[in-house]
Design a protein around this ligand. Structure first.
Ligand SMILES: Cc1cc2nc3c(=O)[nH]c(=O)nc-3n(C[C@H](O)[C@H](O)[C@H](O)COP(=O)(O)OP(=O)(O)OC[C@H]3O[C@@H](n4cnc5c(N)ncnc54)[C@H](O)[C@@H]3O)c2cc1C
Length: 438
């Protein structure tokens, strides 16, 4: 058991902060859990209880053929408060785990209130408290915490908007229609190039400029947000050929199979160290997700592309974790400070809670001088951690749970559902082995 005066500050009582507080308290560590609610609400929050689901009431797929389903099962096995409360407030939703949102938030809050180790403090934190702290103030971090985090992460380490291009799995790219090349042959041919003939480009352009856009959230419309990260559909709307002088520029990308320069070329850049994910270069977008799938699948080579992350543009405070965080979620420059939740660059309710779980376990370990819990990248929680702390990931954008980032011994399993269930079964075995040892 921890000494009586051992206490950890958890700043932010959302998905990540509540889970972190629970894990600390279950290990006998005292917690001061700060949340500005109910005195102050972000533009998306309205429930006075903690752990509010701000938008959908779904925690996504429940089955083990779904990466988020696997993540939830791993968390269940790690004594997650969020998943336990979700299971107990579940509402029918087909293959998904959806909850009664108010009952869920009330149950999480009540469960924390009942723990003698947890003190809930209703206060907007403007300065970092003394001692070990977990910062979990979320994508809509308020008040002075933005300045505190900017100070901790140094210049350029903090992003306020998420203007991201889609990410697809390497496995789903049709390599027969694409080719590897570097522009003008400079450097190694690391990019996968998707060439377009004139008629293919024209059809794509028509579909792109008429596709349905998602509504923009607060402040995203401000011109400075668009600097350097203009949505591809807005650029396309400026003229039929604009993209051919921008992200689809074919110059210097001669197709080695024909010896000719295509009419337009989309480049795909490796997005993780293993090379299992690829980013659509220059394709940050605000199209609706279904529209992204429909329109981007028209690009040769992407007919069956599996999108592990769609492009987005919204307010989203997150740090440049690959350059800032250790694998135990502590800050490399100040190891007594941990980050958890969407602010670390994981994306989604469950992913945020999972990072809170690991940050909580590891803050308790730090307090006691015990080794951290680093899950292997063959588990979903471990793979997410590995991704967000992977220094090879450049232009870091938030990532959700998906099978593309999970490491597994590749064997041919043609049926996708069976393949995913196979990966999940191994992940759960590895999780059991890892937690047995620690
Ligand atoms: C508008 C919007 C819609 C989203 N919809 C979905 C969705 O449908 N599905 C999904 O999976 N993900 C969604 N997300 C993404 C993400 O999963 C959620 O934002 C998730 O709640 C993140 O969890 P978190 O714990 O990191 O932050 P939050 O759950 O936002 O928790 C942060 C907490 O910190 C508190 N706080 C902030 N600043 C301070 C401060 N200075 N002092 C004290 N307290 C503070 C807040 O009051 C809040 O309770 C959405 C995000 C946004 C912004």
């Amino acid at each position: 058991m921890a000494e009586r005066n051992e206490r950890v500050n958890v700043i932010g009582g959302g998905l990540a902060g509540c889970e972190a507080a629970w894990q600390l308290a279950r290990r006998g560590v005292g917690v001061r859990l700060f949340d500005m609610k109910p005195h102050r609400f972000s533009p998306a929050h309205s429930d006075p209880n903690l752990c509010e689901l701000v938008c959908s009431n779904s925690l996504k797929g429940a089955g083990l053929d779904n990466a988020c389903g696997l993540l939830k099962e791993e968390m269940r096995r790690l004594d997650s408060l969020v998943i336990s409360c979700a299971d107990r407030t579940r509402v029918p939703a087909g293959g998904a785990l959806a909850v009664d949102r108010e009952a869920f938030a009330a149950l999480v809050t009540q469960s924390l209130r009942e723990l003698p180790q947890v003190e809930i403090v209703s206060e907007t934190v403007e300065e970092l408290p003394e001692g070990i702290s977990i910062i979990a103030t979320g994508p809509l971090t308020s008040g002075g915490m933005n300045g505190v985090i900017a100070g901790l992460t140094g210049g350029g380490g903090l992003h306020f908007y998420d203007a991201a291009a889609p990410v697809i799995t390497a496995d789903s790219i049709n390599m027969e229609k694409t080719y590897l090349a570097a522009r003008y042959g400079k450097g190694t041919p690391d990019y996968i190039n998707c060439p377009m003939e004139r008629d293919e480009y024209d059809a794509f352009w028509e579909a792109l400029v008429t596709a349905e856009k998602a509504p923009l959230h607060e402040n995203v419309e401000k011109p400075n947000v668009f600097e350097g990260c203009m949505p591809v559909e807005i650029m396309a709307a400026r003229g039929r050929d604009t993209l051919r002088f921008g992200p689809l520029k074919p110059k210097g990308l001669r197709d080695p199979r024909t010896g000719l320069t295509p009419w337009a070329v989309l480049q795909l850049r490796r997005d993780n160290a293993q090379g299992t994910l690829y980013n659509m270069v220059g394709f940050q977008t605000n199209l609706k997700f279904g529209e992204q799938k429909r329109v981007f699948s028209m690009i040769p080579g992407l007919e069956n592309a599996e999108f592990v992350r769609y492009g987005v543009m919204h307010r989203n405070t997150y740090i440049d974790s690959p350059r800032l965080l250790n694998r135990d979620y502590s800050l490399r420059s100040r190891p007594e400070i941990f980050f958890a939740g969407q602010i670390t660059g994981v994306e989604g309710y469950v992913e945020s809670a999972a990072s809170g779980l690991l940050a909580g376990v590891n803050a308790a370990a730090r307090l006691r001088g015990e080794p951290p819990l680093i899950l292997p990248p063959s588990t979903c929680a471990g793979a997410l951690t590995a991704y967000i702390t992977d220094e090879e990931v450049k232009n870091f954008q938030p990532m959700n749970a998906n099978f593309g980032i999970i490491q597994w011994e590749h064997i041919k399993i043609k049926n996708k559902k069976e393949r995913y269930e196979h990966i999940s079964a191994h992940a759960l075995e590895d999780l059991a082995n890892c937690t047995k040892k620690s």
